[in-house]
Design a protein around this ligand. Structure first.
Ligand code: S3P
Length: 425
C-alpha cells in the first residue's frame, strides 16, 4: 500500500489499550474465581489469540463490544482443549500459557504462525523443566508446536534469569502460583512488572526486593474489575512522529506510564524533545502526553534502560535519523528474537529510505540528521516495523510503499485511521 506522506501532525488521539495488560487480564480472569470485567480491552489480533485460547480451555468469556466478561473457575476450572491451540503471532500468549498449564490434568499443544515457530522457547522450557514440568518443543527442538504434557507436580526453585524478559519471568510466576513453597526469581534487569502488579490486584501475594521477586504458592486469586490503560508502545509511534515531523503538535490521551515501560520518554527528553504530561492518574498509571516538533541530538542508549523500551527501539532508531550526531543503541541483542530480527529489519528497511544506519552485534548505530526519501519497504510481517515505516514516510514528499501492512492489526488495528486523523488539515 502507498503510505501517508509528508504532513504536519496536529490534534488529539486516544491510543489503543495496552497489549501486555490486555493479555494478562484474560489470563488472570480465567484462573481467578469469579467474574472479571475488562474495560478498554485491546481488540488486536494477539489479544484475541489469548481470548480464544482460554475459551478453548473451557472458560466462558463474553464480549459485548464494550466490556469483556471472564467467568473464572480457578486453574482447576480449565478443561482439556479439543484440539491444538493456535496462538497466531503472539509470543506473550504462548510463553505465559506455557507457565500456566503444567499442573492441569490434560495435555495442551500450542502453536502459531511462521514467525512464532522460529522464536526461542528454551528460555521458558528450561526453567519450567527444572520445576518439574513436562514440556517440550517440536521434534526435539525448542520451537513450537509446544506440548505441555500436564499433570506435573511442580517444585519451587530459585532462578537467576539469564535474559531480561517479562515473558520468561511471567511464565515462572504463573507456575509458582500453583507450586507449594517459595519460588524466587532474580532478574537480570528489571523488566515490565504487569504480572507482579496483577497478582496483587487479583488478591495474591508477591514480594519484590530490588531485582529479587519472591512468591509462595499455591495461591487462589479473586476476580477483579480491570480497566486497561493505553499502550505506551503504540503511543511511541506518534511520540516519534510528533517530535520529528516538521510543524507538529499532538496530544495522546490515556497513555500507560507504568515506570517499567517509560524508557521512551526518558530517551525523548535526553534527545531534546519538548513533551509534557497532564491528567496524570496515579491509580490507573496513565496520563495525557503532548509533544511537539523538536530539534533532537544523538545519544547512547544501553544497559538497564533497554528492557523499559525494548519494543520502542525500531522507532527510536528512526528518531535518531533526524537527530544531530550519532546515536548508539547497545545491549539490545533481545531485538534479534522478536517478531522479526528487529536489528536487521530496522537497519535494512530504513536504509532503503536513505538512513545512515548500521547493525551491530547488540544494537544499531545511526548517524543523523538525514533527509529520507521514497522507496519500497516491507513490514516483514512485524507490526512494529510496519508502524515505524509509516512514521518514516511522514518525513518525505516522495512515495513510500509498504508491503505487508496488515500485520499492524496485531497491536494497533486503527493505526492508519489515527495517522489520517492527525494529518488531515
Ligand atoms: C512482553 C514482554 C516483552 C515485549 C513483548 C511483550 C510482555 O518481551 O517485547 O512485546 O507482555 O511480557 P520479552 O519478555 O521477550 O522481552
Amino acid at each position: 500500500m502507498k503510505l501517508i506522506s509528508k504532513s504536519p501532525l496536529k490534534g488529539i488521539i486516544e491510543v489503543p489499550a495496552d497489549k501486555s495488560i490486555s493479555h494478562r487480564s484474560i489470563m488472570f480472569g480465567s484462573i481467578a474465581h469469579g467474574t472479571t470485567t475488562i474495560k478498554n480491552f485491546l481488540r488486536g489480533e494477539d489479544c484475541f489469540s489469548t481470548m480464544h485460547a482460554f475459551q478453548a480451555l473451557g472458560v466462558a468469556i463474553e464480549d459485548d463490544g464494550d466490556v469483556i466478561t471472564v467467568h473464572g473457575k480457578g486453574i482447576e476450572g480449565l478443561r482439556a482443549p479439543k484440539q491444538a491451540l493456535d496462538v497466531g503471532n503472539s509470543g506473550t500468549t504462548i510463553r505465559l500459557m506455557m507457565g500456566m498449564l503444567n499442573t492441569c490434568p490434560f495435555e495442551t499443544v500450542l502453536y502459531g504462525d511462521e514467525s512464532l515457530s522460529l522464536r526461542p522457547m528454551n528460555r521458558v522450557i528450561l526453567p519450567l523443566q527444572s520445576m518439574g514440568a513436562e514440556i517440550s518443543g517440536h521434534a526435539g527442538t525448542e520451537f513450537p508446536p509446544i506440548t505441555i504434557h500436564g499433570s506435573s507436580q511442580l517444585q519451587p526453585m530459585t532462578y537467576e534469569m539469564p535474559v531480561a524478559s517479562a515473558q520468561v519471568k511471567s511464565a515462572i510466576l504463573f507456575a509458582a502460583l500453583q507450586t507449594e513453597g517459595l519460588t524466587t526469581i532474580i532478574e537480570k534487569e528489571a523488566s515490565r512488572n504487569h504480572t507482579e502488579e496483577m497478582i496483587l490486584q487479583f488478591g495474591g501475594q508477591i514480594q519484590q526486593d530490588g531485582k529479587e521477586i519472591r512468591l509462595t504458592g499455591p495461591q487462589q486469586l479473586k476476580a477483579q474489575a480491570v480497566t486497561v490503560p493505553g499502550d505506551i508502545s503504540s503511543a511511541s509511534f506518534f511520540l516519534a512522529a510528533g517530535a520529528i515531523v516538521p510543524e507538529s503538535e499532538i496530544t495522546l490521551k490515556n497513555v500507560g506510564i507504568n515506570p517499567t515501560r517509560t524508557g521512551i520518554l526518558k530517551v525523548l527528553e535526553e534527545m531534546g524533545a519538548t513533551l509534557s504530561m497532564t491528567n496524570i492518574d496515579e491509580k490507573n498509571q496513565s496520563a495525557d502526553i503532548t509533544i511537539q516538533t523538536s530539534q533532537l541530538k544523538g545519544i547512547t542508549i544501553g544497559g538497564e534502560i533497554i528492557p523499559t523500551l525494548i519494543d520502542e527501539l525500531p522507532v527510536i532508531a528512526l528518531l535518531a535519523t533526524q537527530a544531530e550526531g550519532t546515536t548508539v543503541i547497545k545491549d539490545a541483542e533481545e531485538l534479534k528474537v522478536k517478531e522479526t530480527n528487529r536489528i536487521d529489519a530496522t537497519c535494512d528497511e530504513l536504509k532503503k529510505l536513505g538512513a545512515n544506519i548500521e547493525a551491530t552485534a547488540d544494537g544499531l548505530i545511526i548517524h543523523g540528521p538525514t533527509t529520507l526519501h521514497g522507496g519500497s519497504v516491507s513490514s516483514l510481517g512485524d507490526h512494529r516495523i510496519g508502524m515505524m515505516l509509516q512514521v518514516a514516510a511522514l518525513l518525505t514528499d516522495e512515495t513510500v510503499t509498504l508491503e505487508n501492512p496488515e500485520s499492524i492489526a496485531i497491536s494497533y488495528p486503527s493505526f492508519f485511521e489515527d495517522v489520517e486523523q492527525l494529518t488531515t488539515k
